[in-house]
Design a protein around this ligand. Structure first.
Ligand code: CP
Length: 333
């Protein structure tokens, strides 16, 4: 049965039909006409890292559809410490109908899939965040009301992370114009760029990776960024990171540089866009930034559709789970 471990595992058609279904489910939920189709499905959510959106998306989606989730944080199962991932996966396969996993090593989610025999969905590993990419694409298509093959997006900042990697590969696969503007050392590694270029061939996608911010953002439909500082990361690493990335911060000048008065702004969240977090406060005091990877004015501007994007995590994860159990389920009734 089809889970989702990384970007590129699904065909363009599978991604696009998942997005069509997500659109339908969103409409039906709002109209109060959604029909539960996951009744009796029990899903283990194994989250070794904190989450607001991804966990909520899985749990609400399952509840809407008549299924149930059992949540394990990093201390509440034996997996990885007191019991091998292989043995845990075999137990999950006897008791559950699916597993949502968030953790560190990508190999761990592969082990779960290999040994459980049930759909396993990657809710973020160090290298991939494929459910985020589904919501990103859904949000861009929804905002512009045109096919993804006619949409461009530029990821600006630290593009060596899982979010940028997933956007690059899945965006290219469905025929988007995907651009990365990042300094050397913060770009996706060559293997991922090659995989994206290969994936782009099918539907005519375009892949650009450059350190020339101005040319990358020119005429683009969407700007996208993610945090430069990860949760719990040592403060001693911040100086270098901020020095390297400070010219790749999305602010009003970058928005103007797009030349597109209707450019949209995306962020996977959480974001350090103001001083309402301890990291944001420390950076503001130390470096004088009002917002780190994005300025507060851009984050709060009408261009920003980050909360649509967050909501769409739920609709797209719901569609993804439904497609795992009912691969031919359509977008229309
Ligand atoms: N974007 C994202 O994965 O959010 P959470 O960390 O809150 O799940």
């Amino acid at each position: 049965m089809l889970g989702l471990l990384k970007d590129g595992d699904h065909t363009a058609e599978q991604v696009l039909t998942t997005l069509d279904l997500a659109d339908r489910l969103k409409t039906e939920r709002r109209a109060g006409s959604e029909k539960p189709q996951l009744i009796g499905k029990n899903v283990a959510l194994v989250f070794e890292k904190p989450s607001t959106r991804t966990r909520s998306a899985f749990e609400v989606a399952l509840r809407d559809q008549g299924g149930a989730a059992v949540y394990f944080d990093s201390t509440s199962s034996h997996m990885g410490q007191g019991e091998s991932i292989e043995d845990t996966a075999k137990v999950f396969g006897r008791l559950f109908d699916g597993v949502g996993f968030r953790g560190y090593a990508h190999h761990d989610v592969e082990l779960l899939a290999e040994h459980s025999g049930i759909p396993v969905w990657n809710g973020l590993t160090d290298t991939w965040h494929p459910t985020q990419a589904l919501a990103d694409l859904m949000t861009m298509r929804e905002a512009l009301g045109r096919p993804l093959q006619e949409i461009s997006v530029c990821f600006v900042g630290d593009a060596s992370d899982n979010v940028a990697r997933s956007l690059l590969v899945t965006g290219a696969l469905v025929g988007m114009d995907v651009r990365i503007a990042a300094p050397a050392g913060y770009q996706p590694e060559e293997a991922t760029i090659s995989a994206a270029r290969h994936a782009a061939r099918g539907l005519g996608g375009r892949v650009t990776v450059t350190d020339d911010l101005e040319s990358a953002v020119r005429g683009v439909d969407f700007l996208y960024t993610d945090v430069w500082i990860s949760m719990g990361e040592k403060e001693s690493l911040w100086d270098q990171r901020i020095a390297d990335l400070r010219n790749f911060r999305i602010d009003a000048a970058v928005v103007t540089a797009t030349g597109n008065p209707d450019v949209g702004f995306l962020h996977c969240l959480p974001s350090f866009h103001d001083d309402a977090t301890s990291v944001g406060r420390t950076v503001k005091q130390k470096y004088g930034f009002d917002g780190i990877e994005v300025s507060d004015d851009v984050f709060r501007s009408p261009a920003s559709i980050v909360f649509d994007q967050a909501e769409n995590r739920m609709h797209s994860i719901k569609a993804m789970m439904l497609k795992s159990y009912f691969p031919s389920i359509g977008a229309t009734l």
